[in-house]
Design a protein around this ligand. Structure first.
Ligand SMILES: [Zn+2]
Length: 492
């Protein structure tokens, strides 16, 4: 088989996949409750076609032939990626795959209802089925991995095994837990700098402007509303994200915009020629999160970022906040219940809770029924607080309803990579000065050049090495957190 032929086959698979992406985007943003079943049926039909294309024996033969040939870096990466997903897919019997897709097409809606009504029972049986299939599929794919959970982790982040993650989280835990305790004892409590509610439509309008300000291109992107903010794309010229506007918590949508905008700009920055190949999109989930967190935390929570636009924000929301109060508030650290609303310091603790619970679930140490109870225990252990309801506990995240076990660690890995990238960027440019001058383009260009344009051609470590001659190193992240919170809370 010629490479050209493989690219054509790959494109067909991608196009089918993108119809499914479009259908699930619609389910999250537009589909009326009564239309869910109909759309689910469409998805099921499409996933059958997708499966048939993705497991075509001609594809297998072609991939085997091409993997022995001398290819360009890009083509070799495409062959490697396609071979990996072919092997993963071909190990799953078609009827099981399709049954599972049908469950997934309904499950997000069931989860959303259970969360809305604060009723874990409504979601329990669906979640049991999802866990059953995820474990089963992981079993089919277990080769060199030490455990089923390692298989799950490997899908999202190559090379980040439980062994490596235990070390990473161990380092973080040793630094963060005592620091949080010191902060709690400091008696400093930064108060919310505004009162009243901000209308959701007003917020939507401002957030659109903010997305454009950071560099998200709305002529090649769109922003809608959903229960939980997320980003998706059909190709690099059609990138979409959602937001959720809380009227009494306007900062929530601001940081979702900056976060999802970071994901979106990554997708918009991938070289056009990679569209519909196996290396379109981000290098890994962790690298994707590094981009969203780079913008959200390292850029978006800095005074240099807000200084030039702060008057605009006050005006748009009819407020009279003081910049220093706003900065202290959006950077404060306190134990809280909801991961997506958590501050930068306690955020990794929320991830560790999920990491430990998922491991227990995949080792059969706990059952789905026990999840609420175990969840509440872990929150008490890590954050020292009681969970008043499952909606604010075990039901809060969308991930498990999509079968995404093993994904959460990527958020923490992403934060660590973001700090490493910032260190590299600061060697080349005065980032604060650029932010003060609203020169976000220069920052975006650095990321485009070193990360975005390459899509998934290189692994996480290869990208970092090409950028700064160093592999993944969480020390930058730990140093950053220590420095930031020591200053903010006058520790030492
Ligand atoms: Zn994200």
């Amino acid at each position: 088989m010629e490479m050209k032929e493989l690219l054509e086959m790959g494109k067909e698979i991608s196009l089918l996949g993108k119809f499914m992406t479009l259908a699930s985007w619609d389910m999250e943003t537009e589909t009326p409750e009564g239309g869910m079943a109909g759309l689910g049926e469409m998805m099921e039909y499409l996933s059958g076609l997708y499966y048939a294309k993705a497991t075509d024996p001609a594809l297998k033969a072609g991939l085997e032939e091409l993997s022995t040939q001398e290819l360009s870096v890009r083509d070799a990466a495409i062959v490697r990626k396609m071979k990996e997903s072919f092997d993963r897919m071909a190990k799953i019997p078609q009827d099981e795959y399709m049954t599972y897709q049908a469950i997934l097409s309904r499950s997000q809606n069931i989860w959303a209802k259970a969360k809305r009504e604060n009723n874990f029972e409504l979601f329990k049986d669906t979640l049991k089925e999802i866990v059953y299939y995820e474990k089963k599929f992981a079993g089919y794919n277990q080769t060199t991995e030490k455990s089923l959970y390692d298989v799950m982790l490997n899908q999202f982040e190559k090379g980040f095994t439980t062994e490596k993650l235990d070390e990473f989280f161990g380092l973080l835990k040793a630094e963060i837990v005592p620091m949080l305790k010191k902060i709690q004892e400091s008696g400093i409590d930064y108060k919310k700098p505004y009162e009243g509610k901000i209308d959701a439509d007003v917020q939507e309008k401002y957030n659109k402007k903010l997305a454009e300000y950071i560099g998200f291109d709305l002529s090649r992107g769109v922003i809608k509303r959903s229960e939980h903010p997320f980003t998706t794309n059909l190709n690099s010229d059609d990138v979409r994200f959602t937001n959720h506007y809380y009227e009494d918590k306007m900062e929530s949508a601001l940081f979702s915009t900056i976060h999802e905008g970071g994901h979106g700009m990554y997708e918009q920055g991938v070289a056009k020629e990679l569209d519909h190949t196996a290396v379109a999109g981000g290098a890994s989930m962790g690298v994707h999160e590094s981009q969203s967190r780079f913008y959200e935390n390292l850029v978006g929570r800095s005074a240099s970022f807000w200084t030039p636009i702060f008057a605009d924000l006050n005006k748009a929301y009819n407020l009279n906040m003081n910049l220093e109060d706003f900065m202290n508030y959006i950077n404060r650290a306190e134990a809280s219940l909801i991961r997506t609303e958590a501050d930068e310091l306690t955020y990794p603790l929320h991830i560790m809770i999920r990491y430990e619970i998922e491991q227990m679930l995949f080792k059969d140490e706990i059952t789905v029924e026990q999840l609420p109870e175990v969840w509440n225990q872990k929150v008490k252990e890590f954050l020292g607080i009681d969970v008043p309801s499952d909606a604010q506990g075990v039901l809060q995240d969308v991930h498990w309803s999509g079968g995404m076990f093993g994904y959460f660690p990527s958020y923490a890995i992403g934060s660590a990579i973001a700090s490493q990238i910032m260190a590299a960027m600061k060697k080349e440019m005065d980032v604060d000065q650029l932010l003060l001058q609203s020169e976000l383009k220069t920052i975006g260009a650095f990321l485009d050049h070193h990360i975005h344009q390459h899509g998934a051609i290189y692994t996480t470590d290869e990208l970092l090495n090409m950028m700064m001659g160093e592999s993944f190193n969480p020390q930058y992240y730990v140093d950053y957190l220590k420095d930031k919170y020591t200053k903010l809370y006058h520790l030492n």
